[in-house]
Design a protein around this ligand. Structure first.
Ligand code: ADP
Length: 664
């Protein structure tokens, strides 16, 4: 039966993802949105949107009566659950079907069986699919001896578990009882079911899963594997296909096992059979009876649209010929960009996203839930977007993803971006040495260190200081109150101070007839293509920074990474600079004449600059013999008291590398 209107019972990127295919298929779409999601992208991209009052999931995206009412009110004839929320809730699936809607998902019975890790494992064991050794705890009087028979370490798992919740790794028997109790409590809280079991904990397996697809005509296919070994808190953050760790024969075996698993439960639609792989052995972990977060990876290597297939299968059509004879080309890899703090145990971060953008590039796909101006709510998952790169080879796809993340514009939230880049660029990852203990065996602090080192960050701070200056000058031009004859080019040494991720940066610079000298750094060539686009060139490198401002916060984005700065109060030139030979204007006035140039040697008492102030001329004289290393004013310049006019470095001191000259 042809579907004409789909209600998507979800939010964020997956709701947007489903709407996209609806548009392509000419199917109308209905969005649901909670109060915090009002105005967020997913609430605006369907043909209709229905408000679910409230914020908490229980009141909104988990509220079955309200969702069914919305479906009925909007005249939807089908419902897509996305992933998470009610996607694997068999009671909901049944209620949707009983309400006369087409459920775009597997039969409730399959959801039910696979929703229990205990039940699904015993089913798989009976079907001859290898499973991780495990022991049920129900009615067991001596869990310790059971655990000893498995061999420590073991993992206590919630049978209803998902998202890494209700899972405890136990190293030895002393911790066992406490861990069982803790896992039970967590499982009751998260899933309303405290059934837990023990499983042998494999030291460092790969997580490799098979995407399966089944229709109502008896066809079940494997759409190959995704490797998802890079995880934090047992949750995936990087996923790719093909897996760098399995060969064709293992791929075939696992595909056949996954298809067998799906057949055992008369599966229909999209599903994922998850395995742990050790050497050439694989073990069934669980089956997810829904579209997976990481499905784009499969879409990019197979060229199939999995949401379209879901809809076609739900309409009763057989799988398309392409899906029945799937092939893969190239390599796809996805990174999940989260609003979370890797320095603080990956704690989710909520708040406002000022800017969210990626430079377009071939093979790059962004499935995001947010855009400029979005808010990350405390109520929902903090995933901002999935960034997926496709290329002919793994090395190219990995490099492309890393570089897309480096050059991204993500302003307003702490994210795991730097960690993702460092993992992707690490030797072990590039070599395909990926297993689920990757982050445990690498130094998280080093892996999540800012992408720009201190020197690079200083360059970014210089860019910010000069962009800020350029903005002030642009503002000054339109100030009608500036008296004629005043130069709009301040010639005093100016200081901007910023606090960045690696520390504080004090940027001192002087301008002279449109030229900028940044003090205290090796020579730089500086160009401002626009007030917010600064190019800084050293002798052998050039760097381009895009500067953005939000109140007292600055972001400098570059191809190599981004730095967030806090603008600190500026303060006048300090005595420290005078020691280095700075000569200040003694009072406000106008420069009449400059008698020296950079590079001149001067004698003590030699006139340097003549200033007119209070109708009188004042001559600034060299306080000591030395070399003129900077002239920061020109004839007719109006200067303020205390502005640096000339720098004369003492003969005894070697001239400091001061700056280089450039046009602003
Ligand atoms: P959930 O359903 O909560 O996602 P899973 O059972 O799918 O939990 O496991 C999630 C992750 O936890 C796996 O990908 C793997 O990294 C780790 N894990 C789970 N069970 C084991 C095990 N027996 N041995 C080693 N790692 C495991």
């Amino acid at each position: 039966m042809a579907i004409s209107k789909i209600l998507v019972a979800n939010r964020g990127e997956i709701a947007r993802r489903v709407f996209r295919t609806c548009r392509e298929m000419g199917i109308s779409s209905v969005a649901l949105y909670s109060d915090p999601d009002a105005g967020e992208p997913h609430s605006r991209e369907a043909d209709e949107a229905v408000r679910l009052p409230g914020a908490k999931p229980a009141d909104t995206y988990l509220n079955i009566p309200a969702i069914l009412q919305a479906a009925s009110d909007s005249g939807a004839d089908a419902l897509h659950p996305g992933y998470g929320f009610l996607a694997e809730n068999a009671v909901f699936a049944q209620a949707v079907i009983e309400a006369g809607l087409i459920w775009i998902g597997p039969p409730p019975r399959a959801i039910n069986v696979m929703g229990s890790k205990i039940e699904s494992k015993s089913l798989m064991r009976r079907a001859g699919v290898p499973v991780v050794p495990s022991i049920e705890l129900a009615g067991l009087s001596a869990p310790k001896s059971a655990a000893l028979s498995l061999g420590f370490p073991v993992v206590v798992k919630a049978s209803a578990g998902g998202g890494g919740k209700g899972m405890r790794v136990v190293a030895d028997s002393d911790e066992l009882n406490d861990s069982i109790e803790a896992a039970r409590r967590e499982a009751v809280g998260a899933f309303g079911d405290g059934t837990v079991f023990l499983e042998k904990y494999l030291a460092s397996p790969r997580h490799v899963e098979i995407q399966v697809f089944a229709d109502n005509h008896g066809n079940v296919v494997s759409l190959f594997e995704r490797e998802c070994s890079i995880q934090r808190r047992h949750q995936k953050i990087i996923e790719e296909s093909p897996s760098p760790g399995i060969d064709d024969s293992l791929r075939r075996e696992m595909g056949e096992a996954a298809v067998a698993a799906a057949r055992t439960v008369d599966y229909v639609g999209a599903g994922t059979v998850e395995f742990l792989v050790e050497d050439t052995n694989f073990y069934f972990l669980e089956m997810n009876t829904r579209l997976q977060v990481e499905h784009p990876v499969t879409e990019m290597v197979t060229g199939l649209d999995l949401v379209r297939l879901q809809i076609e299968v739900a309409e009763g059509a057989p799988l398309s010929p392409h899906a029945l004879r799937p092939t893969t080309t190239g390599h796809a890899i996805e990174a999940r960009l989260y609003a979370e703090d890797p320095h603080n145990d990956f704690l989710p971060v909520s708040g406002h996203i000022h800017r969210f953008g990626f430079e377009p590039r071939e093979g790059l796909r962004i499935d995001s839930g947010v855009e400029d101006g979005s808010n990350v709510s405390v109520h929902y998952d903090p995933m901002l977007a999935k960034i997926i790169a496709y290329a002919p080879s793994r090395a190219e796809a990995v490099a492309s993803l890393a570089s897309a993340l480096r050059s991204a514009h993500v302003h307003g939230s702490t994210t795991n971006r730097d960690l993702l880049v460092r993992v992707l660029e690490s030797r072990d990852f590039v070599d395909g040495n990926t297993d689920t203990s990757f982050l445990d065996h690498h130094d998280i602090t080093a892996l999540s260190a800012p992408l720009l080192d201190h020197d690079e960050e200083t360059r970014a701070a210089i860019a910010v200081a000069l962009a800020d200056r350029s903005l002030r000058r642009a503002g000054a031009v339109v100030q009608k109150t500036v008296p004629p004859g005043w130069r709009n080019s301040p010639s005093q040494a100016q200081r901007s101070v910023y606090r960045g991720p690696t520390g504080e940066h004090q940027i001192d610079y002087i301008t002279n007839e449109g030229e900028i000298h940044v003090l205290g750094v090796p020579p730089l060539q500086i160009q401002l293509a626009s007030p917010d686009l600064v190019e800084i060139a050293t002798e052998d490198h050039s760097y381009r920074f895009e500067v953005a401002r939000y109140g007292g916060i600055r972001y400098a984005d570059s191809l190599s990474g981004s730095a967030r700065f806090e603008l600190l109060p500026r303060f006048p030139e300090t005595a420290g600079h005078e020691d280095r030979g700075s000569l200040h204007a003694p009072m406000p006035g106008k420069v009449i004449r400059v008698d020296v140039a950079v590079g001149d040697s001067v004698a003590v008492g030699q006139p340097l600059v003549v200033l007119e102030a209070m109708k009188m001329e004042h001559t600034l004289k060299a306080p000591h013999a030395g070399l003129v290393t900077a002239v920061a004013c020109g004839p007719d310049d109006q200067v303020e008291a205390d502005e640096v006019l000339v720098i004369v470095v003492d003969d005894q001191t070697a001239p400091l590398p001061r700056s280089d000259i450039v046009s602003a």
